[in-house]
Write a new protein. Structure first.
Length: 449
């Protein structure tokens, strides 16, 4: 089974990290377990030897006591006097030399010790009777009882550590293999997305990556990729339509320029000055289309400027600059965040459009409503049919009435205005009105942001 290099590297790296982490954790657990077992065994041995020694002392009634009662583990007991002689001993220790020469001090009468020889190690407890017991039994002479047993094999070898090390290595290997398998399952949807993304081309952006079920990180990534592809497809389609419309709109005036110049060259009776004048008029139209195209492109791609813009003052200034009769009703200090130059462009386009179609009056209102600044421009002209209200915002779309009133227009003004509104998180729509066209611009208020 083959994997891409990048996926293999990521999967192997994460699996190794999981294995190393489990190795560290399990090694720490093994060390704690080893110490716990060793300390537990030692404590159990010394508790048994101490119990055997104290029980034998408690049973003594004369200077030469009877042999002690031993257990299967603690079978080596000796009573030694101050001269180092073994006074009494258990059957197993009777023929043995003195277990140890260590003599506990009077202030620490019970000591746990270990004595090792070539034949093995012995764990024992040295117990010194109390002064009262020594006085009662031996006239105050000091004695020591030694109780011991052979060191358990688990303490004398490294078998426990070997078993724990094997267990740690086995568990770490299993953890690494499990991590490898789980990561392979987790990365399988990512690999499927990668293969699908490799198939996406500029000529076909309709493909989408497979989205796994659920709401985990991989599923959210797949949905984000699909959303990005959808936006990219929409942007490319819009760019294609825009390019097609631009070429169509520029073809007519450029064809006119060529015809005028060819006519001036071919026919001597044609006034060249008049031909050049008509050609310049067509070129002016081309220049206007190109300028408005650049404005639309800048609106869609330029970074947003954040500054406080008073729409009330902006609208009053633009109304005052118009020659046509325009009535304005504006609330004071309707402030938004945005680009003053672009918002002024919207107002100019709306006012020019209203003046072009109005019969006698244009009315402008600036108000606040539901956390938004609302600017309405209403004319008393023929209005726009409801079926055409969205179409007029498309680039280069001009209705018959608009072509008749302004044959030289480009049809980009309303498209630019809507793009500016959307770049300010707002909207530009056409509403219902008893007469004429009602354009409604909505921008979030600065305080609402």
């Amino acid at each position: 089974m083959s994997f891409p290099v990048n996926r293999l590297s990521l999967q192997a790296t994460l699996a190794l990290v999981a294995g190393a982490f489990s190795l560290l954790v399990l090694a720490g657990v093994a060390v704690v377990a080893d110490l716990t077992v060793r300390m537990g065994v030692e404590r159990s041995v010394y508790e048994g030897t101490q119990r055997a020694a104290t029980d034998w002392i408690a049973s003594m009634t004369d200077a030469r006591p009877a042999p002690p009662v031993t257990t299967s583990d603690v079978d080596l007991l000796q009573l030694v006097d101050s001269s180092g002689n073994v006074v009494a001993a258990s059957r197993a220790a009777a023929r043995l030399p003195r277990i140890s020469r260590y003599w506990p001090p009077s202030d620490n009468r019970i000591e746990h010790r270990r004595a090792c020889s070539p034949s093995g190690c012995l764990m024992f407890t040295a117990v010194r009777p109390s002064p009262q017991e020594e006085q009662l039994l031996w006239g105050g002479e000091s004695h020591v009882v030694y109780a011991g047993q052979e060191q358990p094999a688990i303490l004398g070898t490294y078998r426990l550590e070997l078993y724990l090390a094997l267990g740690v290595l086995t568990a770490s290997t299993l953890a690494m293999v499990a991590a490898w398998a789980l990561l392979g399952l987790a990365l399988r949807p990512v690999e499927a997305m990668r293969r699908r993304m490799a198939e996406v081309t500029v000529t076909d952006l309709s493909m989408r990556v497979p989205a796994p079920p659920g709401r985990d990180a991989v599923a959210r990534l797949a949905h984000t990729v699909n959303d990005t592809l959808a936006r990219l497809e929409a942007a490319v389609d819009q760019q294609r339509r825009f390019s097609s419309m631009v070429s169509h709109e520029l073809r007519t005036p450029l064809t006119g320029v060529r015809a005028e110049l060819e006519e001036a060259l071919m026919y001597r009776d044609v006034d060249p000055h008049e031909s050049i004048r008509r050609a310049l008029t067509a070129l002016d139209r081309c220049h206007g289309i190109v300028e408005e195209m650049l404005i639309l492109a800048r609106v869609r791609t330029a970074p947003r400027r954040h500054e406080r813009v008073n729409l009330t003052d902006l609208a009053r200034d633009e109304v005052a600059a118009r020659r046509a009769p325009i009535r304005i009703r504006a609330e004071e200090d309707v402030v938004v965040y945005g680009n003053a130059v672009q918002l002024r462009e919207v107002l100019v386009n709306l006012l020019v459009n209203a003046e072009r179609h109005a019969e006698s009056l244009v009315e402008v209102r600036v108000t606040r409503a539901e956390g938004q600044a609302v600017v309405t421009v209403l004319d008393d002209g023929p209005g726009i049919a409801e079926t055409e209200r969205e179409r007029v915002f498309q680039p280069f779309v001009r209705l018959d009435d608009a072509r008749r009133r302004d044959p030289q227009g480009s049809g980009l003004g309303l498209a630019i205005s809507r793009a500016i509104a959307q770049s300010h998180d707002g909207s530009l729509t056409i509403g219902d009105s008893p007469r004429g066209a009602l354009f409604i611009l909505r921008i979030p208020l600065a305080d609402a942001r």
